[in-house]
Design a binder for this molecule. Structure first.
Ligand SMILES: Nc1ncnc2c1ncn2[C@@H]1O[C@H](COP(=O)(O)OP(=O)(O)OP(=O)(O)O)[C@@H](O)[C@H]1O
Ligand SMILES: [Mg+2]
Length: 317
């Protein structure tokens, strides 16, 4: 298998009015062609920043301090903005939480699809129209030809997300980054969108990075999982390893939350994740960790390899 994406030792922070605050610490993850990698963790742990750094769509105050992001072997961080524009939307597509950040309410679905097809594939007229309709069919939009004439407001949230996925397919995107694509949808529609993502991954060998705070959403769909906490990837492994043999106490706590939801006894992990303004010594999870030892308060854990899992926890040092 070939690695389509490899993020290496990525460090990102914010230049705030009075100080520089680090938000992403030595983040590493990778995925092969045709794989789905899920990035999971509670709100504020750095999922979106890590993913958006791939597209170099970061807030203005954010700064990538160091690291490498290899896409098909090329370090994206060495590209100019102009070179990056050719990759964004064409080779790497983004599916945001709210589809209306990508759709224009004033234009028909068809017009918007045709526009990206012309921009990224240089196709026009009937040829472009056929590509657009086919893309809508690939995401199982019924009466695709007719739907080309619809406006976004005529579509439900789930249908709008399908259109965004169709845009990525129409441009032959190789990597799709989906940032909480189903959070705003109800549970049945969530499942349909996940099925579509899984289906296009398998049929067209597309690679997907799925960002979610819900480990339950990824349980059936992902190939690999990166668990993030407070700007660190604390555990990275194949899905089955993470689900069946979790190592990091935070991963175990996240899994307990899913189990408890299944038994209707809704529970969350006790305590709050830290903000980038907090200065926590040692392991940033130690204040919430059930297995906290003396060393955890003093020293940051290094990444260690256990079986095939990479884990950052003193329990395994
Ligand atoms: N523009 C900004 N200025 C300062 N801090 C920011 C900014 N954007 C994000 N952060 C901080 O960076 C950290 C990581 O943010 P990020 O958006 O990546 O989290 P996330 O895991 O995607 O969370 P969520 O699940 O809520 O989307 C958070 O602590 C957040 O407060
Ligand atoms: Mg986010």
């Amino acid at each position: 298998m070939t690695k389509i994406l490899e993020v290496k030792n990525l460090n990102i922070g914010f230049n705030l009015s009075d100080s520089f605050r680090q938000a992403i610490y030595d983040v590493n993850f990778s995925l092969e062609k045709g794989e789905m990698l899920a990035i999971v963790g509670e709100s504020g742990c750095g999922k979106s920043l890590s993913a958006m750094s791939i597209l170099q769509l970061l807030p203005e105050t954010a700064e990538i301090k160091s690291g490498e992001i290899f896409f098909n072997g090329e370090n994206l961080l060495n590209l100019t903005q102009k070179q990056m524009q050719k990759i964004r939307g064409k080779k790497i597509a983004l599916i945001p939480q709210d589809p209306m950040t990508s759709l224009n309410p004033l234009y028909t679905i068809g017009n918007q699809l045709l526009e990206v097809i012309e921009l990224h594939q240089g196709l026009k007229g009937q040829e472009a129209f056929d590509v657009a309709v086919k893309a809508l069919e690939k995401v199982k939009i019924p009466d695709a030809k007719e739907k080309m004439k619809s406006y976004p407001h005529e579509f439900s949230g789930g249908m709008k997300q399908r259109v965004i996925i169709a845009m990525a397919l129409a441009c032959n995107a190789e990597l799709i980054i989906a940032d909480e694509p189903t959070t705003a949808l109800d549970v049945t529609v969530q499942a349909q969108i996940m099925d579509i993502l899984k289906d296009i991954k398998e049929r067209f060998n597309i690679s997907i990075i799925l960002i979610t705070h819900d480990l339950g959403v990824v349980a059936e769909n992902a190939d690999k999982i990166a668990v993030m906490y407070s700007g660190h990837v604390v555990e990275f492994a194949d899905k089955n390893e993470i689900l069946n043999n979790p190592l990091h106490p935070y991963t175990k706590a996240l899994l307990n939350v899913i189990l408890d939801i299944n038994s209707k006894d809704v529970k969350t992990i006790e305590g709050q994740p830290p903000s980038i303004m907090d200065n926590i010594s040692g392991c940033s999870f130690h204040p919430r960790c059930k297995d906290c030892m003396n060393i955890c308060i003093k020293e940051k854990p290094n990444n260690v390899i256990r079986n095939k899992t990479i884990v950052a926890c003193h329990l395994y040092n």
